[in-house]
Design a protein around this ligand. Structure first.
Ligand SMILES: Nc1ncnc2c1ncn2[C@@H]1O[C@H](COP(=O)(O)OP(=O)(O)OP(=O)(O)O)[C@@H](O)[C@H]1O
Ligand SMILES: [Mg+2]
Length: 560
């Protein structure tokens, strides 16, 4: 095998074109080589001549030429063997050479992957440099086309991935599942990526929660990784709010050769993309590889789109959580939409204990004034009741203030029967003129309920007061107060009267504020009660008592 460099090549600084000439006939080889040397091309030719299949194979084992000219007739076999030895398509352009009359073999060579052929003649040898140039150009064009096709295929794949993720968002998939899918699709679409993950920046702006991860990170999903400050790559992404690449961590000076996130899991290159919303950075998408890797523009724009999609999802999740909180706050605050309302509720709820206090004190006055018998014991009992009512008024004011300020009330585990009984007695109190028959049917097997006792007492008080008021002109003055466990982990309270019932015209209106059919009614009792039961996650409704009258029901959940 001879290595023949042209004089032009020796003096030229341009990269030579490596050409393998497989030709056993020396005179032909020399002629071809001379023609090529004389050719005024921009790049010089570096020609290696192989005189047999064997020599050609040896050369190809160590080097890939830019082009090969192969004589089909060789002393140790057919040049076509060299073509078919290449798997699929040859990795370099090949020009086949045949003798005159061997055109059929030339066709065979073309089918085997040769780019062109020449039939040996002096004229053909003299023209060989043009044939070589044409073949090189054609090869270059083919390679470019293949590269563009491959890129298009990659882009199509990436677009499909993105459209898949967007579709998942639109179909309202759960955020966690969506993140999982986004990282696994990313890793599948970009083969070089061996680990992809989504880190959510928590509201403290310091800690990151691993929301989804592939590769070596998958086992850590759901764990908080406190690295916002520790890891240089993450610090860079968060500080700049821009995409950051590390082609090779071991040589990248910006990171001082170390990144906990990478090293611990055996990655040496990667890209970090911020998940940016309009106002804030919500997290990071990381894609890493075990080999040095510099993503191309396509890879970056694909990853950028995945990051944007994830940012939109995360922002949506946060907005939904904010809306839920707001809704809840509104529900709580709904009890007092204005200061006026607060005043009205206060007046309504405190009016009764104050009236009771006044009555107890008047009774004391009368006893002392009449002074028939100085029944100190009776006076003490009346004053005790007065103090109890004053304390209840103070407690109502305290809870109303608390609820108005924070939207929350203090709850505890309470015995519902005692709560219902005490409140009913208060409501019946001085209102019972003796002819109302009151039945208590309290279930003995109720679990303790997690409630605000004062508020639930207010509800029972309001319902029993309404019932007493409804019985004012009724023939059968009976009232039943029941408690019972019901299905679905709830407990139900019923206040049943035999009064005139609720006119069907008013059924929808009675729970609204300021609706009253009474001369001195404020129209607040049921509205307040409804709002209290709602904040306890229960229901309040009215039905008709069998045989006439109204039954008010409310439920409360049993919490474990
Ligand atoms: N047990 C009942 N039987 C018949 N109608 C009732 C009964 N309870 C309530 N209602 C109707 O519902 C209306 C609203 O009741 P709500 O307790 O909200 O206000 P109110 O009793 O009129 O006034 P207040 O705010 O002083 O309690 C009443 O005016 C009455 O028409
Ligand atoms: Mg009322």
């Amino acid at each position: 095998m001879r290595d023949l460099s042209s004089p032009k090549e020796k003096s030229s600084s341009l990269n030579p074109i490596h050409l393998l000439l497989v030709e056993d006939e020396e005179s032909h080889a020399v002629l071809i080589q001379r023609v090529l040397q004389k050719h005024p091309s921009r790049q010089p030719f570096h020609v290696t001549i192989a005189g047999s299949l064997q020599e050609a194979r040896e050369h190809l084992r160590t080097a890939v030429p830019d082009l090969a000219i192969i004589d089909i007739h060789l002393p140790d076999g057919s040049g076509i063997e060299l073509l078919t030895a290449e798997t699929g398509t040859p990795s370099f352009p090949i020009i086949a050479m045949t003798s005159h009359g061997d055109e059929k073999i030339a066709v065979k060579a073309m089918k085997a992957g040769a780019l062109d052929y020449v039939v040996k003649s002096e004229a053909a040898f003299n023209d060989i440099s043009h044939v070589v140039e044409r073949a090189l150009r054609q090869w270059h064009e083919m390679s470019e086309r293949k590269r563009a096709e491959k890129e298009l295929r990659t882009q199509a794949k990436q677009l499909m991935t993105l459209s898949h993720i967007s579709h998942q968002i639109l179909s309202g998939r759960e955020v966690k599942a969506l993140m999982r899918e986004a990282v696994s699709l990313t890793a599948r679409t970009l083969k070089i990526i061996k680990g992809a993950k989504v880190l959510e920046l928590l509201p403290d702006h310091k800690t990151l929660l691993l929301r989804a991860g592939t590769g070596r990170w998958s086992s850590l999903v759901g764990q908080t990784i406190a690295v916002a400050d520790q890891d240089p790559l993450i610090r860079h992404v968060l500080a700049s709010d821009e995409v950051v690449f590390v082609e090779d961590l071991r040589t990248d000076k910006r990171f001082g050769g170390s990144s906990l996130l990478f090293e611990r899991y055996g990655y040496i290159s990667g890209i970090g993309l911020p998940l940016s919303s309009r106002e804030d950075c919500l997290g990071i998408l990381l894609a890493c590889s075990e080999q040095p890797w510099l993503p191309n523009n396509n890879d970056i724009s694909f990853l950028q789109s995945v990051a944007n999609t994830l940012a939109v999802t995360l922002e949506g999740k946060r907005t939904a959580a904010r809306m839920r909180r707001l809704q809840n706050d509104l529900l709580q605050a709904n009890q007092f939409s204005t200061l006026d309302e607060f005043g009205a509720v206060l007046a309504h709820e405190v009016n009764q204990p104050i009236t009771a206090i006044i009555n107890y004190l008047r009774a004391c006055q009368q006893i002392i004034m009449s002074a028939k018998e100085p029944t100190l014991q009776t006076i003490l009992e009346l004053m005790d009741k007065g103090v109890g009512e004053a304390e209840r008024a103070a407690s109502i004011i305290h809870h109303l203030r608390e609820s108005a300020q924070t939207g929350e009330t203090v709850r505890g585990y309470e015995n519902l029967n005692t709560t219902v009984y005490d409140a009913s007695q208060l409501a019946l109190g001085e209102a019972v003129d003796g002819d109302i028959v009151v039945n208590f049917e309290l279930s003995p097997r109720l679990p303790p309920l997690y409630i605000n006792k004062i508020q639930i007492q207010q509800v029972v008080f309001n319902l029993v007061r309404n019932a007493v008021e409804a019985l004012a002109g009724a023939g059968e003055k009976s009232l039943t107060i029941k408690t019972a466990s019901t299905q679905n982990h709830t407990v139900e309270v019923q206040v049943q009267d035999m009064g005139p019932g609720v006119d069907s015209l008013y059924q929808d209106k009675i729970f609204k504020r300021r609706f009253s059919t009474k001369k001195a009614g404020m129209g607040l009792g049921l509205a307040i009660s409804h709002s209290i039961i709602k904040t306890h996650r229960g229901d309040l409704w009215v039905s008709t008592t069998p045989g006439g009258g109204a039954t008010f029901h409310f439920t409360l959940p049993v919490t474990s």
